[in-house]
Design a protein around this ligand. Sequence first.
Ligand SMILES: [Zn+2]
Length: 489
Amino acid sequence: MNGAPHLGHALEFVHVDALARHHRLRGGQARVQSGTDDHAIKNVSAAETAGVPVADFVVANGNRFAELTAALGVHTDAFLRTARDPRHAPGVRALWRACQAAGDLYTKDYTGWYCPGCEQFFAPDELDGGACTEHRAPVVEVTETNWFFRLSRYRDRIAALITDGRLDITPVERRNEVLGFLAGDVADLSVSRPVARAHGWGVPVPDDPGQVVYVWFDALANYLTGLGYGTDGTDFGRWWAGDGERVHVIGKGIVRFHAVYWIAFLLSAGLPPPSRILVHDYLTVNGTKIAKSGAQAAGPADLVASYGADAVRWWLFRAPAPTATTDFTVERLVAAYNRELANALGNLALRALTLARRDADWRTPARTADVGADLRAQAAALPTAVDDAVARYDVRGACAAIVALAAAGNRFLESEAPWQLARQAGAGDAAAARRFEAVVDAVLSACRVAATELQPFLPDGADRLITQLAPGARPTAPAFPRIGAERRP
Ligand SMILES: [Zn+2]
């Protein structure tokens, strides 16, 4: 909340949205929660710089995040604002007290190396030339009294959860990173800050008004407090303590918080851990780190205004590598959309629909088994291919499978040349007429499967395509009109 949302946030939002929509498309139920981590100390300094009270500052920035989800067509069932949601602070206190009751919280005087960006202490061997590896900024030596959490007590249990598969971390590179951390000496974790250093910003520690709860303990608790943990508890039993999966989607810079600290807090409080942690990698913009490229470079809300939500979402699914930094440029966004949606899929549907209209006596034909059998088989296999890719958090692969079906449909049309069959049929060739109908039907069927599978990724565009492909529809405009690299007015 110390700045405006950037393209990396947009990536995470649309990935979560697609995973939930895909689950619902298959008949499952999903609840999506996101929110803001208002109580970071760096928000206090950013607000000071902006000359705005911190409470107002986080509200204004939080609004920009909420607006971005709306612009991207991302549905959240809850968007929890940690500083102002009335359920949050009572839930944080309840979690604190549960950890305290388990004997896992104690106070001690402490001196350590602290990164203000991470809001975290580091051991000397975790630093690179005296700097935090995430922010590349020098750490500062801080001495203070803190509450500590007995993280060391949970090291082996967390490692066991991961190795026996009860807690899946995907991709495997991130899982190995966590296991590597757990194989070393795991020190207890500071979980409070003196009120003075926090400028009074945060949830006060229960029965210790001189300390506020550490922002990560506070922020991670949102996953529970948004479900009513510590307050009315309405949704908690169903969505967290129930039989279903509990899935976090996060960036690779915060894996340790979610896969180690958070698990330990939950185990301490006697609560179930998440079942999956899906980790995405980073983006650069025009070859430059997002943090350094400035707010104006590829702001996701501006991109949506210029190129549409379909195009922005599509790039965020199709381009980012699961375990490498991916560079964004406007040219790549435009090219991916035009090549795969406007040309491959959208054009295929329009061509098939145009052909279907040429046949005045068009009807759903008796299927000719040998015509388009390969295309029909590839279409029938698409849902499984998408499921498999989604299950390994490979949204790029899921979308690639949809594009591959469209490409196969285009190749099939070229090889069958139904426009020639139509001429022969017009000259009275009944076999050509039957083959024409079978070819067009195979392509339209493939397009319908592709459109359905596309729904979780591009709800708007897929709905337009599905409407076009409905029997009796008479589309005149493409479902995915080409876009130009120049910005719309
Ligand atoms: Zn840092």
